[in-house]
Design a protein around this ligand. Structure first.
Ligand code: BDR
Ligand code: CA
Length: 308
């Protein structure tokens, strides 16, 4: 039986690969809709990018709803210095063929959860603003959430600041609401995603698929990345979320308590992960720390090969 998911996203190259992977896995995952949020670039652009990626996948039938323009409290910080001016540098994608669907992403999340008899899985790949707004506006939807598999946080060092990972840093107040929501959370932080590195051979393999999706992914993963942190190869943060839904056996982690620092200053957005249970607080997330990266990208490539 397939798992119905909503992807909440701020594409972003790695978000784009995650969306393509979810579409390619349509026998295991039913992608109900894509909701967008400001993050890597402003929300008008993340929305256009989600539409462009679904065009590439030949799935212009999947609804896209535009969401929050800025974090709950702090000012928006974007990451064009990493993703390029339109967020999808290297993709070679044309403008979208359609507009976003009518209505706000937060309303779409609420409506879809209320209507889902068996519940839904939420897959946030950006700042958690839309989810936090939905949970505050309509707490009745919480029992309908089967699980939240998210990209964000870090066991150790951050990326956007020494202390914080980008998605948590951009909207720490939203992250605190989501981690406090009481539903099962699987956290894909930098502790695992910086180990999910495709080899040069595997990246080259996307180009040899002979498909538009393969060429676009190859372009995104091989573009110059002046703002990157010197990682070897290309980390695939957001695709880990979808990969976990498909192949949980490739990942391992631990139930932990995760606290989000919301105060302004150098610690903002830091995820303090009580890996060893020192605080004796109940776990609020399953924190993933390890991945079998080579096997992961072999499987990702096989699925992406099924796209146009
Ligand atoms: C996260 O930040 C974004 O730039 C990426 O798309 C990913 O979701 C990694 O820190
Ligand atoms: Ca993202």
């Amino acid at each position: 039986m397939s798992e119905t998911i909503i992807i909440d996203t701020d594409p972003g190259q790695d978000d784009a690969v995650a969306i393509l992977l979810a579409v390619a896995a349509c026998e295991q995952l039913a992608l109900a809709c894509v909701t967008t949020v400001a993050g890597n670039v402003p929300v008008a652009q993340t929305t256009a990018n989600a539409l462009r990626v679904l065009d590439l996948a030949g799935r212009a039938d999947i609804p896209v709803y535009r969401g929050a323009e800025r974090p709950l409290i702090v000012a928006l910080e974007t990451a064009e210095f990493v993703c390029g001016p339109d967020g999808l540098d290297g993709s070679g994608l044309p403008p979208p063929s359609r507009e976003a669907d009518a209505g706000h992403a937060v309303d779409a999340i609420i409506r879809r959860l209320r209507a889902a008899a068996d519940g839904l899985t939420l897959c946030p790949l950006g700042p958690l603003t839309n989810l936090a707004l939905a949970f505050r506006l309509a707490p009745d939807i919480l029992p309908k959430i089967r699980r939240i598999v998210l990209m964000g946080g870090a066991i150790g060092l951050g990326n956007i600041t020494p202390a914080a990972e980008f998605n948590m840093h951009v909207d720490p107040h939203a992250a605190a609401i989501v981690f406090d929501c009481g539903r099962p959370i699987i956290m894909m932080g930098l502790g695992v995603t910086l180990k999910a590195i495709a080899t040069h051979e595997q990246i080259a393999g996307f180009a040899t698929l002979g498909t538009a999706a393969g060429r676009s992914i190859h372009g995104m993963l091989t573009r110059p990345r002046p703002g990157s942190l010197g990682t070897v190869g290309h980390p695939m943060h957001d695709p880990c979320v979808i990969a976990y839904l498909l192949w949980p056996e490739l990942f391992s982690g631990r139930d932990c308590h995760v606290a989000i620092a919301t105060e302004d200053g150098p610690m903002r957005g830091r995820t303090t992960i009580d890996w060893n249970g020192r605080l004796k607080r109940p776990a609020n997330a399953h924190v993933i720390a390890e991945v079998e990266a080579h096997e992961l990208f072999e499987r990702v490539t096989r699925l992406i090969a099924t796209l146009p």
